[in-house]
Design a protein around this ligand. Structure first.
Ligand SMILES: Cc1cc2nc3c(=O)[nH]c(=O)nc-3n(C[C@H](O)[C@H](O)[C@H](O)COP(=O)(O)OP(=O)(O)OC[C@H]3O[C@@H](n4cnc5c(N)ncnc54)[C@H](O)[C@@H]3O)c2cc1C
Length: 285
C-alpha cells in the first residue's frame, strides 16, 4: 500500500485528484479499525497529519473557523469557552488516546449516525468547507451528511474545515451509553440556546439514519421560555418538549438499544439538557 504524506493542503489536493481511490487519514481512529478488520483495503493512504492548515483554528466576526484536523483534546482545551457544545461532546468521545488523535473532520467524513461531534454542529448550523483542486465549496453540515456513513463529499475533495458561530448562550450535550467511556452512543442530544434571537436548537444523535434537528420541539420551547425574567419553564412545557423531541427521533432496534427505549431516552435527555442550559442563562445575561 502506498502512503502519501503531503506537507501542505495544496499538495494534498493534488494527490487527492491524482489518486481518487486513496483514503485520507487524519487521526486514523476510524480508518485503522477498518483496515484491521479488512472492511477497507485502499490502494493508498493519504496521510493528512503533516498539513498545518488543517490543524489551525481562527476567529472572525463572531464565528470560529476550525480546521478539519483539530483534535478533540484541543477543542476541549482551546475552544471550550467559544464552542461549549462541541467541547462537551468532545469530552465524551472514546478515551484520552482517541481524543488525542481523533478529529472532527474524521467524524464528519465517517458520517456515522452515532458520531458525537455531529449534533453540536447541527445546533450551530455549521458550514463545512469541501476543498479540491477545482476550488472550495461550502455546504451546511446537514447537506454534507446524506445518510448513514454517506456524505456529499466528491472523490477529489477533502474536508478543509468548518465554521460556526461562537456561542452567545449555554450549550449542552448528553449521551446514553452502557458505561461512562469508550462507548458508542445509544442516543445523544445536543442543545444550544441562542438568546439574542430567542432561539433554541436541538439535534438528536444515534437515533436515526443521520443526526436529526428536532425543529418542532425547538420552536415549541422557544415560545414557552421566559427570556426576560428567566423563570423556570412549567413542568407541562418541559414534558411537551420531551415528547416532541422523542417524536422527532427515527430510531431502530439494534444491539445497543430498542427503538422504544431510544425514543424515551431522547425525551429525557432533551428535558435534562434544557434544564442544565436554562440554569446557566443568568451567567450569559
Ligand atoms: C476505541 C474507539 C472509541 C471511539 N469512540 C467514539 C465516540 O465515543 N464517539 C464518536 O463519535 N466516535 C468514536 N470513535 C470513532 C472515531 O474516533 C471518530 O469518528 C473520530 O472523529 C475519527 O476521526 P479521525 O481523525 O481519527 O478519522 P480517520 O480515522 O483518520 O478518518 C475517518 C474517515 O474520514 C476520512 N477523513 C478523515 N479526515 C478527512 C478529511 N479532512 N477530508 C476528507 N476525509 C477525511 C477518512 O478517509 C476516513 O474515511 C471511536 C473510535 C475508537 C477506535
Amino acid at each position: 500500500m502506498d502512503v502519501h504524506r503531503p506537507d501542505s493542503l495544496s499538495e494534498a489536493l493534488e494527490l487527492r485528484a491524482a489518486h481518487p481511490q486513496a483514503m485520507a487519514m487524519a487521526g486514523g481512529t476510524d480508518l485503522m479499525v477498518d483496515l484491521n478488520f479488512d472492511r477497507a483495503r485502499p490502494p493508498a493512504v493519504l496521510d493528512l497529519t503533516r498539513i498545518p492548515e488543517l490543524r489551525e483554528w481562527s476567529l472572525q466576526d463572531g464565528h470560529v473557523r476550525v480546521g478539519a484536523g483539530v483534535t478533540y483534546t484541543r477543542i476541549m482545551a482551546e475552544l471550550g469557552d467559544r464552542l461549549p457544545g462541541l467541547a462537551v461532546a468532545s469530552r465524551t468521545v472514546g478515551s484520552l488516546q482517541i481524543r488525542n488523535r481523533g478529529t472532527v473532520g474524521g467524524n464528519l467524513a465517517t458520517a456515522s449516525p452515532a458520531g458525537d461531534a455531529l449534533p453540536p454542529l447541527y445546533t450551530a448550523d455549521a458550514v463545512v468547507e469541501l476543498a479540491s483542486t477545482r476550488g472550495t465549496r461550502r455546504v451546511q453540515v446537514a447537506e454534507l451528511i446524506t445518510g448513514p456513513k454517506r456524505t456529499a463529499l466528491a472523490a477529489d475533495e477533502l474536508i478543509a474545515g468548518f465554521t460556526l458561530p461562537a456561542a452567545t448562550g449555554p450549550q449542552e450535550f448528553a449521551k446514553v451509553g452502557t458505561r461512562n467511556a469508550m462507548v458508542i452512543s445509544v442516543c445523544a442530544v445536543s442543545l444550544a440556546l441562542w438568546p439574542v434571537e430567542r432561539r433554541v436548537a436541538i439535534c438528536i444523535g444515534s437515533a436515526g439514519p443521520t443526526p436529526i434537528a428536532a425543529t418542532a420541539a425547538a420552536a415549541f420551547i422557544a415560545g414557552e421560555l421566559d427570556w426576560d425574567g428567566l423563570r423556570r419553564p412549567s413542568d407541562a412545557a418541559l414534558a411537551r418538549f420531551g415528547e416532541l423531541a422523542g417524536a422527532a427521533a427515527q430510531p431502530i432496534d439494534d444491539v445497543r438499544g430498542t427503538a422504544d427505549y431510544r425514543r424515551h431516552a431522547v425525551g429525557v435527555l432533551a428535558r435534562r439538557t434544557l434544564g442544565w442550559a436554562w440554569g446557566r442563562m443568568p451567567a450569559w445575561s
